[in-house]
Write a protein that binds this ligand. Sequence first.
Ligand code: ZN
Length: 238
Amino acid sequence: MNWLIFFFGLIMGSFYNVIIWRIPKKESILQPGSHCPECNEKLTFVELIPILSFILQRGTCRNCRAKISLWYPIVELLTAIGFFGLSYYAVSWQDLIVKLVFFSLLMISGVIDIRTRILPNVITIPGMVIGLLFAAFGWSISFKNSLGGIIVGGGILLLISLLSRGGMGMGDVKFMALIGSFIGPVAAVVALFLASFFGALLGSIYLFITKKDRKTPIPFGPFLMLGAFTSYWYLFLL
Ligand SMILES: [Zn+2]
């Protein structure tokens, strides 16, 4: 059963790649079919196979030889490993759906933020509504907790955003509200603390390695993603 979920994760991961690449460009995620972003050559069936296609083509497009981004296989693998791991903790199929959707929303948003410095509304706002709906169905936390998570998580970042005058983007505020809708106010506060910790730690390592100066903007979304996942791990799974 869990191995099936691993392969399901690979397939979903390859769909998430389409979302990650097209949403920031405001392209449809359904039309046209998968193609090389450089030369627009349509991908053959074999080239659509996750991971394997990347290895067989040695990371380049068969037609124009353009390098294929490493994000493609990374997203596919991360999704598969995440799905596989989370399936061990699921106590019912409803619980499994909630966990896989939450993980997917975190990963898609995090990767888009790393690539483009944007957390798109078309993901964060529907994501928050989905979190609330899961709670309303009785599939996850209580509805009161979900609503509280949105208000507390989003509210704290909104306050920081207003006080810092642009230091914190509205995308982060909505992303944090999404996180809160899935994990509630207490875990959301823990997630925020962890995100600041990861941000300070990994941010300085990044600046040290790349020798960039302190004013280099670093997206906060990936740290929120890491913080949310760690908080979820400790408070919900362990
Ligand atoms: Zn090409």
